[in-house]
Every structure is written in C-alpha cells, then in structure tokens.
Design a protein around this ligand. Structure first.
Ligand code: NAP
Ligand code: MG
Length: 498
C-alpha cells in the first residue's frame, strides 16, 4: 500500500525509477502501428488543398508516452486564417449552398462510413499522438466519431421537421476550436452538425493533438467534399485567437478551458457572432448507502481514471454516504491496485500517458497543493514506465469543500473523497463549485435518483453509470462550464438561424 505523506511524496517524473513491484503481471499485447501512415510533415488544409503556412514555420508533435517526435505541423498565422476564412466563405456562398440538403447528407454518410473503414488507423494515431489507451480510442472515441456523422447526416434534409413552423437557415462560416482530450471526437461534435445545417468551417485542433484532424482532412479530400467546406488550420492559442477575432466569421464554437472560454466570450462581446462554449468541469458522484457498491466502485474507476482523467465531465469528486464510506474507500483502493498504467498502445492498459509536459506539471502541482492543504494522498503502487508522462491513480481524502483540490479542475487521474449524511447535504456539496457540467448518482431507489438529478445544477446527470455518450443526447454546462449545448437537436439548433 502506498500512503503518501508530505515527507515521502515525490512527483512521478518522466525519469523516475519504479518504487513498487506490480502484483498484476500481464504479457504485453501491443496494437500494431504498422498500418498507420504518418507523414514527416503536415501542411494546412485550406480550400480543399494542403498548403504551406505563410510564415514557413512548423512545430513538432510528440508521443507523450515516450517523448518521440511523431511529425510536424504547420503554424497558421493571421494571413493563413484569413485564407481559410475566404475559402470557407466562397464555398458557403457558392457550391455548398447550391447542393441539395439530401446531397449534403450523403457526404456526411460517406464520411461516417469512411471513418468506420479506417477506424483502426484513426484509433492507433489518436493513442500515439494523445496518450490515451488504445482500448478507449478503439472502443469509445472512434465509434462515437462515426456515430456523430451518421446521426447528423440523417438530419441534413429534415431541418424543417426538427424545428417545425420555423425556417431554419445555415449560420454561415463557423470558426471551431477544440481541445486535446478527445481530438477526433471533438472535431466530429463540431463539424458534423455544422455541415448538416449547410455551414462551412475553419477548425483549429489543439497543438498537441492535431494528427487525426489532418488525417480527417485527407479523408475529406477522398470523400470529394467541395473545396473550402472544411478547412483545418493548425497552430497554437494565437491561431485560435485569430479565428475568434476574424471579422468574416459568423459563429464561434469553442471547447476548452474555462479560462480561455472567458477570454473568448470577452472578445465576442459586442459582435453579432453566435457562439457556444463548452468548458471545464468538476463532476460529483454521489453514492448512497443503498447503492450496489461493487458496481458503483467500477463506475467510479471508469469516471475518473478513464482517459487519465482528461475528461471535462470526469467524476473527479466522490461524495459517499457515511455508513458505506470505509467500505467504498477500501474497495476503491483494491480496485486501483489492479489498474495497469502504461503504454497507450498496449491493449491491457487502463490508464495511458498524460497528454503533455504542461498537463503533467499541472497535475503534480495540484498533488503538492493537496499535501499543503492537509489531504491524505493515496496512490496505487503500480509500475509506471520510466519515460513519458505518467501519473499513478490517486485518491485525496480528508479534504474539505473549500480546498482548491475540491474546487478547481485538475484534469488528471485524481479523485477527491468527501462524505455526507443526507441527500440535501450531498446536493449542496455537489453544487458548491464554480462548475456544473456533469454529475452522477448511485442508489437502488428511483426516487433518490430523481431528487438528486433535479437538485444538481449540471448539464448531465448519470444514474448508476457514468461517462456514457450518445450523439442524440445534448451535452453542455451550467455556470462556468459553458454556454449552449452540443449533441442532439440542441446541437443542431446551435448551427442554424431562424
Ligand atoms: P485550452 O487550453 O482552453 O485550449 C483549447 C483550445 O483553444 C486549443 O485548441 C487551444 O490551442 C486553443 N486556445 C488557447 N488559447 C486560445 C485563445 N486565447 N483564443 C482562442 N483559442 C485558444 O484547453 P485544453 O487544455 O486544450 O483542454 C482542456 C479543457 O477543455 C478542460 O478545461 C476541459 O474541461 C475542457 N473540455 C470541455 C469539454 C466540454 O464539452 N465542456 C470537452 C472537452 C474538454 P492550443 O492547444 O494550441 O493551446
Ligand atoms: Mg502529441
């Protein structure tokens, strides 16, 4: 067992030696990456062509599990963003708007099918570039990407049925900026509804995970989508800001941190651009005494250690009813011991690599804050690789509501635990952060599910499960977790004007 104290706590560093022998030994089961083709360098995708950046600058993309450079991406500056917006405007006013809605839908169906055909390649590249376990990119991310294109393809020629009595029209050119935690899935959440409604897009993927967006650009070319309907510009935050501030963009769709979301909202104030912001979270999971405890523990493990806790709606706070707190804590520790942290391309891996050095440092900063705040820090004793960015699954107990680790988004495999006595106390604690993206409740009683579900001020509430997604269901936040909804009919309406 590994109780960490202020004296013994050392952040797991890329070069740390292993402290503990693993009890869980599995033979390696690596997914082959030989079929996944990666070029040495990727250009910008503008007007249906791959074009060099006007600055001539490129930046490297690394594999966070081993530090190896995978490829280089072009850095888009103001003039490149300008070209991309011009291409999108030309397509919006020209060929794309002359195509019937039914034909638009066919393009989306074609893209969905092509993603399914190349699912393995996309999954491998997503895991290499971003660090998430192949089991997740293969079984969650890529199937959901295809599902979103299929779902919105179906709506393309039925918009007036989706919004009866209204005359929905495309908004125009949409600027879309996405984060690194679900790279291709966030692209699908943005591009599929935008195109279904007849818009054109300029999308910027995150700096550390642009690979699958450029592979998607190749697929768009193969699908024969008219030039300029989808434009992909890579670069850092400045490239994103150029999109946000561009005069000829009609709508901004942003997913990322609350800090950047606030900056964007400020820049958009006073303009007539439409916008949706999908921001951070600090999801609470409420476990009642009558819950099926083993299932709840499995759900909690999935809610916070899934994708290294790099999930906006992650269940990063656990609220347990007092009578079962010790049992839940012990069962969680036992289950954490069996989690395998390591090579994202190994099919046995449960917890992959932290996405970047910056995020690795942020998580370790919060672990130090936890110790300073007097929390008991417990980490699983598993082996972790010597190179790359890895953090052991971590529990923080003896924390209080006002602690920073309870209030702020850590975005890593770190779970805080608090207890409660009554449902009202649980609801009050769950709601007591600046966020309101997601929450969960575990109980045997439907009545408690409805009481807690209606009391939580969060966009999603799961009952006896967590982190389940479906393209037909809207997703979005209360409070500082965002403005607007994506997914389902709500997500369609966000790309239309009436
Ligand atoms: P981030 O730092 O806010 O970055 C998000 C995107 O914005 C990236 O493409 C980033 O580019 C770009 N960007 C940075 N500064 C910008 C600026 N001033 N103007 C315009 N764009 C700018 O967030 P992240 O660290 O990538 O992602 C993690 C965050 O996303 C977490 O807070 C998480 O909760 C949130 N998230 C929310 C949802 C949701 O649906 N609510 C879903 C997923 C993630 P660079 O990558 O080059 O910096
Ligand atoms: Mg990378």
């Amino acid at each position: 067992m590994n109780e960490v104290t202020k004296e013994t706590y050392k952040p797991t560093s890329p070069n740390s030696k292993l402290d503990f022998a693993s009890v869980w030994e599995y033979a390696p089961a690596p997914e082959s990456a030989s079929h996944a083709e990666v070029k040495n360098k990727y250009e910008l995708f503008i007007g249906g062509k791959f074009v060099k950046p006007s600055s001539g600058n490129y930046f490297e993309s690394t594999n966070p599990a081993n530090g190896e450079v995978i490829t280089e991406f072009a850095e888009a500056s103001k003039s490149d963003v300008n070209k991309a917006v011009k291409a999108a405007r030309k397509a919006f006013e020209g060929e794309w708007s002359s195509i019937s809605a039914k034909e638009r839908g066919k393009y989306l169906y074609r893209i969905a099918r092509m993603i399914q055909e190349r699912a393995r390649e996309f999954a491998v590249l997503e895991s290499m570039d971003g660090g998430k376990p192949i089991r997740e990119s293969r079984d969650v991310d890529i199937p959901l990407v295809a599902a979103h294109f299929f779902y919105y393809a179906g709506w393309a020629d039925k918009l007036e049925y989706a919004f009866p009595g209204q005359k929905p029209e495309a908004v125009g050119v949409c600027g879309q900026i996405i984060p690194w935690n679900f790279p291709l899935l966030m692209l699908a959440w943005k591009i599929a509804p935008a195109l279904a409604c007849g818009n054109t897009v300029v999308l910027k993927p995150a700096e550390t995970t642009s690979l699958t967006a450029l592979k998607f650009a190749e697929l768009v070319q193969e699908a024969g989508l008219p030039d300029g309907v989808v434009n992909i510009v890579t670069g850092a935050g400045e490239t994103g800001a150029e999109i946000v501030n561009h005069k000829d963009i009609d709508k901004i769709a942003f997913t990322g941190s609350t800090g950047v979301g606030k900056l964007i909202q400020r820049s958009l104030a006073g303009t007539d651009k439409k916008f949706t912001l999908e921001l951070g979270g600090k999801g609470a999971m409420i476990v009642f005494e009558d819950a099926p405890i083993d299932q709840a523990v499995e759900g909690i493990i999935n809610a916070i250690f899934f994708n290294q806790g790099h999930v906006c709606c992650a269940g990063s706070r656990l609220l347990v009813q007092e009578g079962v707190a010790d049992t839940v804590m012990q069962k969680l520790k036992d289950r954490m011991e069996s989690l395998i942290v390591g090579d994202p391309l190994d099919k046995n891996t449960d917890v992959g690599a932290i996405n970047s050095q910056g995020q690795f440092e942020t998580i370790n900063k919060y672990l130090k804050i936890a110790l300073d705040e007097g929390a008991d820090v417990y980490q699983s004793t598993c082996n972790i690789p010597e190179n790359g960015y890895f953090v052991r699954p971590t529990l923080l107990s003896n924390v209080s509501q006002s602690n920073r680790v309870v209030q702020e988004e850590i975005f890593g495999p770190v779970l805080t635990i608090q207890t409660f006595r009554t449902a009202d106390e649980a609801i009050q604690k769950a709601n007591n952060t600046p966020f309101g993206l997601a929450g969960g409740v575990w109980t045997d009683k439907g009545s408690k599910i409805f009481k807690v579900g209606s009391g939580l001020r969060s966009g999603v509430v799961w009952a006896n499960t967590y982190n389940k997604f479906d393209p037909t269901s809207p997703f979005g936040g209360y409070k500082e977790s965002g403005v607007g909804r994506e997914g389902g009919l709500h997500g369609l309406g966000a790309y239309l004007k009436f």
